[in-house]
Design a protein around this ligand. Structure first.
Ligand code: NAG
Ligand code: NAG
Ligand code: NAG
Ligand code: NAG
Ligand code: NAG
Length: 425
């Protein structure tokens, strides 16, 4: 990536120092000659109230505070914050800096699922070679061993699991195929998110609001949870991207029904991801009312242990995840205000879908987003990139690695530059 000559870099540094420019809060700032930020030639100092903080060997960012000890630690993730009654501007504790999870979506079983909650029977395509798909198992092994990822999200349609009926009656033949992907994920040692990819719907109708009753949805989750109750690497993703749900409080009741069912099926300790409205937008999670509604969901014992908010955010201009170019790092509009709310309310969120094209704008903005999430690891568990699995070569957000003749793998540029935990190691 670095094409400039050393003398050009030196000239740039000299220039930057001589004009004393200051970078805004949350933007990238300069490194030193010995660990130079990916050829960074911009500001080397930060605006008042923030400090240029080394977030990796090749990336620094202006983080609010005095910077006393905000360098990332290489140890385990920080404990959840405790709730406070006021919501004054806040900043991450010094223990923040390392995300608990980084991963990739392994798509295929969700193919054929539309945003109206229909899932065409013929659409599902297992991303496994034994079922004539791509080598999702090999991809995951590579992502763990070569890149340092430790979580995969495995989308599947409700219809696939039950062979078309809106109940909790699992079709064992279909489940065997899906479980093969889950087991391939578990075999890597990673955590595995079981993601029901139905947009809060079944065949066009909203769960608990005209569609399947909450009891039916709870029965589905009871069946799934029973299969994985004794495996603490399983994470239950209750629902992919609810949208246009008319009553967010009724939706919270549907989510509560699923949580209760999962816990009562014996999966008492695993993480459960709670999805809000508006495509689980991180940006409108608080303003659209999802935060307050889902904040009331509890475990059967009244605790909130393991209940994590599920949020998505893409980096293109319309947050759709369909454009190659990225236009934002989402920090000012989404991640900073969300971190504030989470810290104030003693909660945590997991960004289970994010992505961009394999282009320079995304490499810049995605690296900034990941760095911000790392710096706020007390409230953000991590991120999962969209997507690898069965996507075709050339898919705009492809994170599908290519396998070389010698068996090694080559990552897509965005994975190699920003998403892989080892990217900056
Ligand atoms: C399902 O299949 C029908 C017929 O092939 C098609 O018109 C429709 O677009 C498909 N829906 C999805 C979500 O793929
Ligand atoms: C269940 O699996 C069978 C066998 O692969 C498949 O034909 C069927 O389409 C699946 N059902 C759904 C609803 O996807
Ligand atoms: C949904 O979220 C997007 C940004 O993620 C925002 O632009 C839009 O206004 C939101 N819609 C609603 C209804 O909140
Ligand atoms: C949230 O978004 C929905 C549309 O998805 C909208 O109808 C509703 O008014 C919004 N609620 C709030 C509190 O903004
Ligand atoms: C942003 C993005 O790629 N979204 C995809 C989510 O997954 C469905 C299939 O499950 C695709 O149709 C979407 O394009």
């Amino acid at each position: 990536m670095i094409s400039k000559s050393f003398s050009a870099l030196l000239a740039a540094i000299t220039l930057a120092l001589s004009v004393h420019a200051q970078a805004a809060v949350w933007s990238q700032c300069g490194g030193t000659l010995t660990s130079f930020n990916k050829g960074w030639t911009g500001e080397t100092t930060c605006a008042a109230g923030s400090v240029c903080t080394v977030l990796s060997s090749s990336y620094s960012q202006c983080v609010p505070g005095t910077g006393a000890s905000s360098t990332p630690s290489a140890t385990s993730s920080s404990p959840a914050p405790s709730a406070s009654s006021t919501c004054a501007p806040n900043s991450p504790p010094s223990s923040a800096g390392k995300l608990r999870f980084a991963g990739v979506n392994i798509s295929g079983f969700d193919f054929g699922c539309g945003t109206d909650g229909t899932c065409n029977a013929s659409g599902a395509w297992p991303p496994l070679t034994q079922y004539y798909g791509l080598d999702g198992a090999g991809q995951m092994k590579h992502f763990v061993e070569d890149d340092g990822f430790n979580v995969f999200r495995l989308p599947v349609g409700w219809q696939f699991l039950t062979n078309g009926v809106a109940t909790g009656d699992i079709d064992e033949d279909n489940f065997t195929e899906y479980d093969a992907l889950v087991q391939a994920c578990l075999d890597t040692g990673a955590s595995c998110i079981v993601d029901v990819h139905n947009y809060a719907r079944f065949n066009g109708k909203i769960i608990g609001q005209g569609g399947p009753a909450n009891d039916a949805f709870a029965a589905l989750w009871s069946s799934i949870a029973a299969k994985y109750a004794d495996n603490d690497k399983i994470i239950f993703g209750i629902m992919n991207e609810p949208h246009d749900v008319p009553d967010i409080n009724l939706w919270a009741e549907s989510v509560q029904a699923a949580v209760t069912a999962i816990r009562n099926a014996g999966a008492t300790s695993q993480l459960i991801l709670l999805p809000g409205n508006n495509w689980t937008s991180a940006e409108t999670f608080v303003s659209n009312g999802s935060a307050d509604a889902l904040n009331k969901v509890t475990n059967p014992d009244g605790s909130i242990t393991g209940l994590i908010f599920d949020v998505h955010k893409y980096l293109d201009f319309d947050n759709s995840g369909t454009n190659a170019e990225c236009t934002t790092n989402n920090i000012d509009n989404a991640w900073a205000p969300l971190a504030q709310w989470l810290r104030c309310n003693g909660r945590q969120a997991f960004n289970t879908e994010t992505g961009g094209g394999n282009v320079a704008s995304c490499e810049q903005f995605m690296c900034e987003q990941v760095a911000f999430q790392k710096a706020n690891s007390d409230v953000f568990l991590g991120y999962v990139g969209w997507a690898a699995g069965n996507f075709y070569n050339g898919y705009v957000l492809s994170e599908v690695p290519t396998q070389n003749a010698d068996g090694t793998w080559t990552d897509q540029p965005l994975v190699a530059q920003c998403l892989a935990p080892n990217a900056n190691a």
